[in-house]
Ligand binder design. Sequence first.
Ligand code: SF4
Length: 251
Amino acid sequence: MFLHKSMLQVWIQCPLQFKLLFTEGQPREVTYEMQLGSMFHEFAKDFFDYVDLKTARKCQTLDEVKQVFRRLVLPEFPKVLRKLCVNFTSFEALRYWTLRKRGRLDLYMPIARELTVSDPQSLMAGTIDRIDRMEDGSLCIVEYKTGRPQIRSVQRELAFYKILLENAQVYKSPINWLAIYNPTENKFYVKKFTDQLVRATRRRIRQFWRALERDEFEAKPGLHCTWCPVKHICPVVGGEQNEGDTEDTHA
Ligand code: SF4
């Protein structure tokens, strides 16, 4: 089994949920939010293939760049998706404009998008939304979050990717930065990785493999049970058990 960041996040929240979802392969509901997130990720990935940088170079104002970038948001997009994409193109126009003023347009294009990496040594894998090069020459891992991200837990997800990329030795440049872009609120968050964050994430990964080895998946009920995709079969909150799990009740 390869460990993905979403698996680690679920295991941290509730080991039983992890077990039901990933070791027993129980089906999970695909929500509208998940579908919207996928459509936005697709747009953000394709944006850089089609953006008209030749015309953007001739623009005299930031508003003109925004108009050029916005042409990629098609009228037939569903309304909610359109709003996210318009925000994204505005954000990208601002990033383009700022880099142009600094004479660093060489940094505008991401160096990777939807990059799939796996490392057979550490048994870690994942698909990274985007990687940018920063002005200091180091790399920045960028994550798109369409919901309301909990910055602390997303930072851990990005530290997971840093560890994965370093284990797999994908880049020679150091990976010093993490960034989160939320198109719903058009908010961008960027900061340097701290040693403490990376150490804590490594510790979590070690704990995960130990628990898996020992087959320890205790339930951690809480407010998050409300949104748990397997609550219908979770015995802790009164969900239906599978036939094989009912031995105790019949004893
Ligand atoms: S309903 Fe709660 S306790 Fe049960 S698996 Fe889901 S998160 Fe864990």
